[in-house]
Design a protein around this ligand. Sequence first.
Ligand code: 13P
Ligand code: SF4
Length: 373
Amino acid sequence: MGSVVIDSAEGGVSRPPRSYFTLTPDQLSERIAGLKADLGSEVIILGHHYVGDDLLAFADLRGDSYGLAKAAAGVKGARTIVFCGVHFMAEAADILAPPGRVVVMPDPTAGCPLADMADIDQVTAAWEAITERAEGDVIPVTYVNSSARLKDFVGRHGGAVCTSSNAGKVIDWALSIGSRLFFFPDQHLGRNTCHTRGIPPDQMILWDPDQPSGSSTPERIAEARVILWKGHCLVHQRFTVEQIATWRAQRPGIRVIVHPECPFEVVQASDLAGSTSFIIDQVEKAEPGSAWAIGTEANLVNRLKHDHPDRFVTSLSPVPSICVDMHRNRAPHLLWLMEHLAEGRVINRITVPAEIVEGARIALDRMIEITGG
Ligand code: 13P
Ligand code: SF4
């Protein structure tokens, strides 16, 4: 197979024709597998744990957001990275990948509503108001679930990115070089992680970007050690303490494990909290016969259930919580993309504008350095 012509990138979003959606799962699999074999080491497919099995079956590497960012940074042979996940993850891959690589997505419109809860104008306005009032150095930390533009902002203002797997280390670092932390956009990850670092609730304030002065008084802003952005993930905000109580009553001994994007009281009532990879590790190493109620996205829970029939695995919520955006990437989109790549044509490319790559890269590199590689 000849190499992919990366400078023939087409703009916009390219979607498969309707007929691709009438193909059977077997037809789709066969055709994708054939193209993947033809493209060989020219292409690497990275898949987040939340995408469906129809795509993950073809992933050369599966991971959480940190694992996939590291994988993109370490890509060796492949010139094209097919990123099966959401837009901010593909942006991070584009920033971190070695020069000459192209990042494409099956459906580049797969975004993250949490990431969209903070934009550069709102964050810049908040930063000005906070740094004007707060005493001492304020260090900005952005969750990786944010646009590249916000990562650039953080990089240029002495801060770092974090993911759910390293937020503790990054927050420790931020509070070791500054006296205050400005954390966005996920209030829950920020609050849950600060709690594990022994920061009491009265030292944290919530910044509401839709209210004057973030809905805080100048005194509270001046005193606060941690300023948390008022953002959340709808998929994880659906889990409740009542659901935990119901499972504990129904199945004594059940272990409850949740993602730290869940609300504080849910994390407190759980047995364990951690990233998607952490959740998988815990269930994988658990003894047969153990029971697990899991507070995270449905695709991951269903996969764990399927892969461990000797364990009782269930979603914490009665109605499984689905990330609609992760689901935008489906096998017909992957087939369409692979067919184009096999013809040497790049579609659905994710390119971070040159003017923000530098700052965003600083913030991402700092995260990797703080995490210890
Ligand atoms: P992980 O960092 O655990 O992969 O989580 C990413 C995410 O978007 C969770 O909703
Ligand atoms: Fe974003 Fe939530 Fe989906 Fe994760 S689960 S990608 S935070 S919307």
